[in-house]
Design a protein around this ligand. Structure first.
Ligand SMILES: [Cu+2]
Length: 234
C-alpha cells in the first residue's frame, strides 16, 4: 500500500513538473503580432504566372529611441531583452505569406557583423536562381568574413509538411560606418524572391552567431521577436 502511494505521488509530481514546464515554455514563446506580406498582383515565373507579394523587414543592432524594439506580449521578457541591446528583426518576426506565390523580400540591414561559422550560410539558397541583390547589385554569395545576420526559413524538424528551405546572408556594415539622424548607419538593402508552396507552418532564424552565451548562439538567437520567428503559409 505504502509502495503504491509512493508510486502515485511520484507520478503526480512528474505530471506537475511537465505541466509547469509547458506553461513556462508557452508563456515565454508568445509570438509577436503577425506581419502579412503585401499582395502585389501577379508575376511571370519559369512556372508561369503566379500570385506576387512583397515583404519589407529591417535588422537593427539594438533598440533605441527611434526603434523601440520588439513588442512581445510577455510580461517582462521584452523589457529585459531590449535593455540588453540585442539585435532584432523589425517590425515583426511572425511572418505570413500567401501559398503558391512569388514573394519578394527587401531587408534593410543596419548592423555590423563578422565571420560566419559555416560558409554555406554566406550564399543565398532557395531563392530564384539562388541569387539576391545587395544595394541593387545581383550576387550569388557574400564574403563569409563580413556577414551580419542570415534570414533562414526551414520546416519544423518533425513535420509531415513538404521540405522548404530558403536562406539569405545579410552583409555587415563597416565597423566605422557613420550614423544618420536616426542613430543607425545608411542601411544595406538586400532583396530576394522565392516561391512558396502549399499552406503550412514553418520557422525561420538567423544563423550568424549574433547572440549571447555559448558560441554566441544564445539570447536573441532563440528569442521570438529578435532573431527567430515563424513563417505561416496560408
Ligand atoms: Cu542574427
Amino acid at each position: 500500500m505504502k509502495r503504491a502511494l509512493f508510486a502515485f505521488l511520484t507520478v503526480l509530481i512528474g505530471v506537475a513538473v511537465v505541466a509547469m514546464t509547458a506553461l513556462f515554455v508557452s508563456k515565454n514563446g508568445a509570438e509577436p503580432p503577425t506581419l502579412a506580406a503585401t499582395p502585389a498582383g501577379t508575376a511571370q515565373t519559369a512556372g508561369g504566372e503566379v500570385k506576387h507579394a512583397t515583404l519589407e523587414l529591417s535588422v537593427f543592432p539594438n533598440a533605441s529611441a527611434s526603434q523601440p524594439g520588439p513588442d512581445i506580449p510577455t510580461s517582462n521578457t521584452t523589457m529585459v531583452a531590449n535593455s540588453q541591446q540585442w539585435p532584432f528583426y523589425s517590425p515583426s518576426t511572425s511572418i505570413q505569406l500567401p501559398a503558391n506565390a512569388l514573394v519578394t523580400v527587401t531587408i534593410h540591414q543596419y548592423d555590423t557583423g563578422g565571420q560566419i561559422y559555416n560558409n554555406w550560410f554566406a550564399s543565398p539558397t532557395g531563392t530564384v536562381d539562388n541569387k539576391m541583390t545587395v544595394d541593387g547589385k545581383e550576387v550569388t554569395s557574400i564574403p563569409p568574413a563580413n556577414v551580419a545576420h542570415t534570414f533562414t526559413i526551414h520546416q519544423y524538424p518533425e513535420s509531415n509538411e513538404p521540405a522548404w528551405y530558403v536562406s539569405v546572408p545579410l552583409p555587415a556594415q563597416a565597423d566605422n560606418a557613420a550614423n544618420e539622424a536616426n542613430g543607425y548607419p545608411k542601411p544595406i538593402d538586400v532583396t530576394f524572391s522565392f516561391m512558396t508552396g502549399a499552406p503550412g507552418n514553418y520557422v525561420w532564424n538567423c544563423e550568424f552567431p549574433c547572440g549571447t552565451g555559448y558560441v554566441q548562439f544564445g539570447g536573441p538567437m532563440s528569442q521570438r521577436g529578435f532573431m527567430s520567428g515563424t513563417v505561416t503559409v496560408v
